[in-house]
Design a protein around this ligand. Sequence first.
Ligand code: AMP
Length: 400
Amino acid sequence: MLILVLNSGSSSIKYQLRQVPVPDDPLRAADGPQSNGADDGGRVITGGLVERIGDRAAGPDSVSDHAEALERIALAVNEALDGQELDAVGHRVVHGGERFSAPVLIDNEITRAIERLNPLAPLHNPANVLGIRAITDKWPALPQVAVFDTAFHRTLPEFAWRYAVPDVLYRNFGIRRYGFHGTSHEFVAHQAAKLLGVELGAFCAVIAHLGNGASVAAIQDGVSVDTSMGFTPLEGLVMGTRSGDIDPSILVFLARQGMDADEIDDLLNRDSGLQALAGNNDMRSVVESAEAGNHRAVLALAVSSYRLAKYIGGYHVAVGGAQALVFTAGIGENSWQFRQLVAGRLSALGIKLDDDANRKRSKEPRVISTADSDIAVLVVPTDEERAIAEATAAVVVSSR
Ligand code: AMP
């Protein structure tokens, strides 16, 4: 099937046109990515990024709105399709709230339901809906599927998703932990189980998705039972420009110093993390500076690897003993130095890295621990577009 995958942000749309195998068992396939039995992830036909939406002053490359961005994408996609018909569009939707625990076929009611979640993800969901509406206007008959970043974490037990605050905050505002990066964690969990030859339903692991945004997920018997991001993607690990966990009283303190909500939001989401500690949010530069002896960079790596190791230790306990620790996303897949730092803090768990395997560059899922490591350590490249395309195909086939 030919699936257009859209990641519609407020000022950019990332797209990928993919050919994926037709799921042969729709009921099973609707369970999630990879469950259709297809081994290959299909083919990327074309893809790209349209930026500077709604910023006419930004120059000749800018477009006025999502509809115009989509016109541009449609041109590129039509050229690549060369007369073939598109089967469906799969949308990455950031927040599915408590309602959505699986990908769904989009209709007007679903679009409105996604819109009602706007207060929970004010930067993301409105932009996702603009993408959905632009496709509806352009290709009204084309099936569209929403794949939610939060959905995989709907299996968290209540003791993991509750904050210890008055219940009225949950009832009135939906303040609870949701978790994000779900599409990636789910995809990687499937791939890792397959690599180790373990049934997904019996697979216990800790997955570290380490990109510009970073989160850890605790996988027990194939489902997510805890994750480090919470009400928003700010909680948890040290990230490129986000602080991750801090004492919430710091926010109150800053407010009393006269900072307003937007300033605090910017401080913690855009000016913190590696950026604040090392003066740079790109892990490659931070590692290079640390190797050259820069103290701030060394400290940034120490703070971020220590925080991650604490989460991994905790989640190892949460899942009743992990069979695998899995690294994925930009840093997890590429930075052998960061993996080495993290693994070095986990020797109490009997984790032993194979130094050569850890340093080797590859795009394939692979084991990087020694044969006698108590927990297998894996690197599994994530592919959210593939996961969205496969989930979309499965939903479309099962709805026919
Ligand atoms: P992502 O958000 O998954 O695209 O990941 C972005 C992060 O991956 C950035 O911090 C990059 O510095 C980091 N990254 C990408 N390639 C490498 C590499 N070869 N070594 C270290 N970090 C990398």
